[in-house]
Every structure is written in structure tokens, then in C-alpha cells.
Design a protein around this ligand. Structure first.
Ligand code: ATP
Length: 329
């Protein structure tokens, strides 16, 4: 029985034999329990920083994006990682326009936070970045590490160092967490021409990551996200990020449903994964997350565009005055 794991995890969950088509991760049940990733379509993965495939620079194609003056000054010594210019996108099926001209530049070492009312387009933006098949880009450009991201398929996007943690991580019945992580990690290594890690070696690699996210080993033998509480699923997302690494990790509402201890653990782990060379793009509704993950920039998205950019004080004003207070001006 062939099953399809779709949705970029860069691409995990959505594990279904019948749901919408996608070119994401294909798994094949050979016998009752054995799985095979098809080599042509490894899970959308994000490579550890020191082993990631270098991307060819596409000099002519590098876009210039107008930065707010303050943003430009604050980051002048770093390289742009992600450059989004006038990005528009529609829902593939209905052609309804959701993104109406998003502009954003993320430099190495920065933490960008996107806030915005429900339905303003935050998740759509992040899913468009990872190449989710539910959306069609209709205009604008996106460059990631100097390469035209929109010209890459979802697997290539993830192999180039883009990771996304989804708002609602899905369950994968029949696949244990450790097997999933081991397969995903080995798929990366195969792609790089590196030898795969066997279960024992992989466990050695995994152990410090478990400690990083303060996760009990019991979760490794459970099926991916199956029966996990909301908070446990979010913690598991960060474990996947820790295992797979990323140049740019997009965390969509990683704080939703977390108790205060879990929020600290998840935030601390995300902070520890941040280096001067990689970046976080965090979608959240809550100022409390920003007590733990310090943003370089806070953006307010409204009706498919980034309406306002500022620092942490923008999030504080939002908490105090609400969206009406800060986006009307
Ligand atoms: N696949 C889809 N099919 C139909 N409508 C969609 C789809 N994806 C997004 N939308 C619609 O696009 C709009 C933006 O959705 P999106 O999930 O990006 O908002 P959001 O800002 O992340 O909201 P929230 O804060 O509630 O998570 C919503 O009106 C949503 O219903």
C-alpha cells in the first residue's frame, strides 16, 4: 500500500493514502511494518548547518528589497537569508487571493516574528515559502540564500535549509518517532553522499537533542504524534528541528497549547539552535513567547500584506491597544 506523507516539513505530516496529491515524502509499506522512503523523494528535510548542500549563487537573480531604514541599519554586517518581494498567492483550488504583496527580508542571525489577526495570511505565507501545493504563487519573488526559492520543489527547498513546524502537526500511525527521525536524517545523509547512521549510532546522535528539548525517551517508541498532547506535539516539532537542522526555521504557533514549563523548554531549545548564521521566523499571537524568544523584528500582517514592522515595542503596543490601535495609523 503506497501512502503519501505530504505537507512540507519541510514536510511532514499529513499521512494519508487518499488525500490531496503532493510530491512530498513517499513511504511505501513493503510488509506489515517496513517502510521505505523512495529515494527520489526524501522527506523534506533540513540539513545540519555543517553538512548542508551549498547552493549555487544566482547573482543576476538576486532581488533588491526595500528595507525599513532601521532594519537595514541594524543588520548591515550580515547576509540576507530570505528576501521576499511583492509576493502574491492564491488558493490553488478557488483562486482566492490570500497574499497580496508580502515584502520581508530576513538576515542571518535574526529572529522575525509575524503577528496578525486570525485569517490575515500568516500560515499561508509560511506554507507558500515551503511550497505547499494548496497555494499558487501569482507574482513577486522569493530568494533564499541567493537562490530563487520559487523555482525549487518542496524537497529542494527543505534540502536547501528551510524547515517548517506546522501549526497542527499531524499523526503518522504505524511509524515510530525514532524510526521516522532516523529515516528522515538518513535521507538527508544519502542526499549528501554520506553514510547512513544505523539505529545505535543514530540514538547516540539523538540523545543530546532529546535533552535539549527536555523530552522523555518514551516518546521515541510511540508513533509519530499519535496520542501526543498538543504540547507534546509542539515539543516533538522542535526535536525534529534539532535533529534535522535548518538555516531558516519557520515556527507556526509553536507556543499554542503549551504550559509555562513547556513554553520555556521549547523556547530555550529554539534559542539554542539559533546561531549567527541561521534565523527564525516565528508566527505567534502572544507576547508571552517573546519573553523567551527575543525578536529582532516584529511584523504585523493584515489582509495578506505586512502592514507594519517594528521591534518588541510593537508587540507590546499590540498587547495594550489591540490591532485596531496599531494598524489604523
Ligand atoms: N487551503 C485553503 N482553503 C481555503 N481557504 C484557505 C486555505 N488556506 C487558507 N485559507 C484562507 O485564507 C485565509 C488566511 O488563512 P491563514 O491560515 O493564512 O491565516 P492566519 O493568519 O494564519 O490565521 P490564524 O491566526 O487564525 O492561524 C483564511 O481566511 C483562510 O480561511
Amino acid at each position: 500500500m503506497a501512502v503519501l506523507l505530504h505537507q512540507a516539513y519541510c514536510s511532514r505530516p499529513l499521512f494519508s493514502s487518499s488525500s490531496s496529491p503532493s510530491s512530498f515524502v513517499k513511504l511505501r509499506f513493503l510488509h506489515s511494518n517496513s517502510l521505505l522512503f523512495t529515494p527520489a523523494a526524501p522527506p523534506a528535510l533540513c540539513l545540519p548547518l555543517n553538512t548542508r548542500r551549498p547552493l549555487k549563487p544566482v547573482k543576476a537573480a538576486i532581488s533588491t528589497v526595500d528595507l525599513p531604514e532601521t532594519q537595514d541599519a541594524k543588520t548591515e554586517r550580515n547576509q540576507p537569508l530570505l528576501e521576499v518581494k511583492d509576493l502574491t498567492a492564491v488558493i490553488a483550488e478557488s483562486k482566492q487571493e490570500i497574499l497580496k504583496g508580502v515584502n520581508l527580508v530576513v538576515y542571518e542571525g535574526e529572529v522575525h516574528v509575524i503577528m496578525g489577526k486570525n485569517g490575515s495570511g500568516k500560515s499561508t505565507f509560511s506554507k507558500v515559502l515551503v511550497g505547499h501545493p494548496d497555494y499558487e504563487v501569482t507574482g513577486g519573488s522569493v530568494f533564499f540564500k541567493g537562490e530563487n526559492l520559487l523555482g525549487l520543489d518542496p524537497e529542494e527547498r527543505s534540502l536547501s535549509g528551510l524547515f517548517m513546524s506546522f501549526q497542527s502537526p499531524v499523526e503518522i500511525p504505524g511509524v515510530s518517532n525514532i524510526d521516522f527521525l532516523n529515516m528522515a536524517y538518513n535521507a538527508q545523509r544519502r542526499k549528501l553522499g554520506l553514510p547512513e547512521l544505523g539505529p545505535i549510532e543514530f540514538f547516540g546522535y539523538l540523545q543530546p537533542k532529546l535533552e535539549l528539548v527536555n523530552m522523555k525517551g518514551d516518546f521515541l517508541n510511540r508513533n509519530v504524534n499519535e496520542g501526543f498532547s498538543g504540547g507534546e506535539k509542539k515539543r516533538n516539532e522542535i526535536l525534529q528541528l534539532a535533529v534535522l537542522g535548518a538555516d531558516l526555521a519557520i515556527l507556526d504557533e509553536i507556543d499554542s497549547g503549551l504550559d509555562v514549563d513547556a513554553l520555556k523548554d521549547v523556547s530555550n531549545a529554539a534559542n539554542k539552535l539559533l546561531t549567527p548564521k541561521n534565523s527564525l521566523l516565528v508566527i505567534t499571537h502572544y507576547l508571552r513567547l517573546l519573553d523567551f524568544i527575543k525578536p529582532t523584528w516584529v511584523h504585523i500582517m493584515e489582509d495578506g500584506i505586512i502592514k507594519k514592522t517594528g521591534d518588541i515595542s510593537l508587540a507590546k503596543a499590540l498587547e495594550k491597544e489591540g490591532y485596531r490601535g496599531i494598524t489604523d495609523s
